[in-house]
Design a protein around this ligand. Structure first.
Ligand code: S3P
Length: 205
């Protein structure tokens, strides 16, 4: 195996972005929005970018063109993010870090925060959700468990920062992320640590 495959995250020349990864329902979009407000950076959710381009929902893409096609779109979007030099915040789809060709791209685009939680917590958050095609099955909890087991090593490989989110309050998670960023030399406006006002705190993802 080549050395390149084993490069540590710290050896990657990191782009300017803040990037959220993690399983479906881990709060990537919600955290991305909050930090966008606090760090005054634009926020983009790559699923939404893909939906806007294709003009249909992710579920429709999976149904009409299949998962493989969707995964190709994800890689295309990552390449565009890599070439985007203005510092932004991105939330990636839960499956994006799985592909071996996506992993070096993810590590290159910026500082990567992995929001980690347990399968049971995902299940509780996403019970009744109809927008995730991979979980429309007879036993979503079993599916979550097996996908998470497969994916966890990929999330960990890509991550610069890992935050366990499960039982924590939203503001606590935000505080931990800001502290970790500050340790890595990010300039964090002091008021960012204060509890958010006027934000949409409804959505779990
Ligand atoms: C997927 C996660 C979804 C979306 C698609 C596939 C996955 O994004 O990209 O349904 O493979 O885990 P979220 O993680 O934002 O739900």
């Amino acid at each position: 195996m080549s050395n390149k495959k084993h490069r540590k995250n710290s050896e990657y020349q990191k782009g300017p972005h803040l990037v959220f990864i993690g399983f479906m329902g881990s709060g990537k979009t919600s955290m991305g929005r909050s930090l966008s407000y606090k760090l005054k950076r634009a926020f983009y959710d790559t699923d939404k970018m893909i939906e806007e381009r294709e003009g249909v929902t992710i579920s429709d893409i999976f149904a009409a063109k299949g998962e493989k096609y969707f995964r190709e779109l994800e890689t295309q979007v990552l390449r565009e993010i890599r070439d985007d030099k203005i510092a932004r915040i991105y939330s990636l789809g839960g499956g994006t870090p799985v592909s071996l060709q996506n992993q070096p791209l993810i590590k290159t685009i910026g500082t990567v925060v992995y929001l980690r939680l347990k399968p049971e917590e995902v299940y509780e958050r996403l019970k009744g959700d109809t927008t995730r095609p991979l979980l429309q099955c007879d036993d979503p909890l079993a599916k979550i468990k097996s996908l998470m087991q497969l994916r966890s090593p990929a999330y960990e490989r890509c991550a610069d920062i890992i935050i366990d989110t499960g039982s924590k309050e939203r503001e606590e998670v935000i505080g931990e992320i800001l502290t970790e960023l500050e340790k890595r030399g990010w300039e964090i406006p002091p008021e960012s640590y204060l509890a958010s006002k006027g934000e949409n705190t409804e959505d779990s993802e």
